[in-house]
Ligand binder design. Structure first.
Ligand code: GLP
Length: 260
């Protein structure tokens, strides 16, 4: 796992965007794994600026969102279908037909989850997965004790996650209790993973995911087994890492040909 610590949240977004853009430039038909939440917003804003100024062509890019609430109407402003449309598909000028979000309204959710896995496989798999991390270590909506090999499925949201996400709803009771999420095994199949985190509220989760034991108690820790995972965080999110100075040293001395 490569850990990159940068002085500000803005720099985290810029560097992660550069890595995503590099993937798209190398492979114009790239399949991008899309995360919701506030953590990746700076990445999307940066990529959108590159699309606007003509330096990035996303015309053939596909996207697969990590997760969706169960039971929200698709046009609800906080459904992840709406969020992805607003924050990603439109500003990045993606072809909407190539952008997929799990179906949280299907009568047969199990079949919808299986179909989502198949759609990812049919697209050739995810080239680069963008991830945030929850304060309890969740990635996607894989809450603590999620199987490290899980696939896309129905999950119950942890009370902490519902409380964390209440800020997006008028009333905390409106936060759905269930979701559909790509599993940890699904996420681990991506060729590359870029996890971003900013702020002191993520420091404990980052320390557990990066330096703690690999355990279902901290779902993000499964990335220690990933072949190509990059964690890009600001100083505040790095505050509880015991080897922070080593990661800074390693990045400062990274060979130029390995920089992105
Ligand atoms: C959300 C999403 C995750 C996200 C995480 C952190 O509930 N399901 O994909 O990474 O929680 O959210 P934020 O980036 O807003 O802190």
């Amino acid at each position: 796992m490569e850990i990159i610590i940068l002085p500000s949240a803005a720099e985290v977004g810029r560097l992660a965007a550069r890595k995503i853009a590099r993937t798209i430039i190398t492979k114009p038909t790239a399949v991008i794994g899309l995360a919701t939440g506030s953590s990746p917003l700076a990445i999307y804003a940066e990529l959108a600026a590159q699309v606007r100024d003509g330096s990035l062509d996303t015309g053939q890019v596909s996207g697969f969102a990590l997760d969706e609430y169960v039971g929200l109407p698709a046009d609800h402003p906080e459904s992840y279908a709406s969020v992805i449309n607003r924050e990603v598909t439109t500003p990045l000028a993606l072809d909407a037909a190539r952008v997929h979000v799990p179906d949280g309204r299907a009568d047969d959710l199990e079949a919808a989850c299986a179909a989502y896995e198949e759609a990812i496989r049919d697209a050739g798999g995810v080239d680069i997965q963008i991830l945030g991390i929850g304060a309890n270590g969740h990635v996607g909506f894989n809450e603590p004790t999620s199987s490290l090999r899980s696939r896309t499925r129905l999950k119950t949201l942890a009370p902490q996650t519902r409380a964390d996400n209440a800020r997006f709803f008028d009333d905390p009771d409106q936060v759905p209790t269930h979701c559909v999420t790509q599993g940890l095994g699904t996420i681990m199949d991506a060729q590359q993973v870029v996890l971003v985190a900013q702020g002191p509220g993520k420091a404990a989760a980052i320390a557990a995911a990066v330096e703690g034991p690999v355990t279902a108690m901290c779902p993000g820790s499964v990335l220690q087994f990933h072949q190509h995972a990059t964690v890009i965080i600001d100083d505040a999110a790095a505050a509880e890492l015991s080897l922070a100075d080593y990661y800074r040293y390693t990045y400062a001395n990274k060979p130029s040909w390995q920089r992105f």
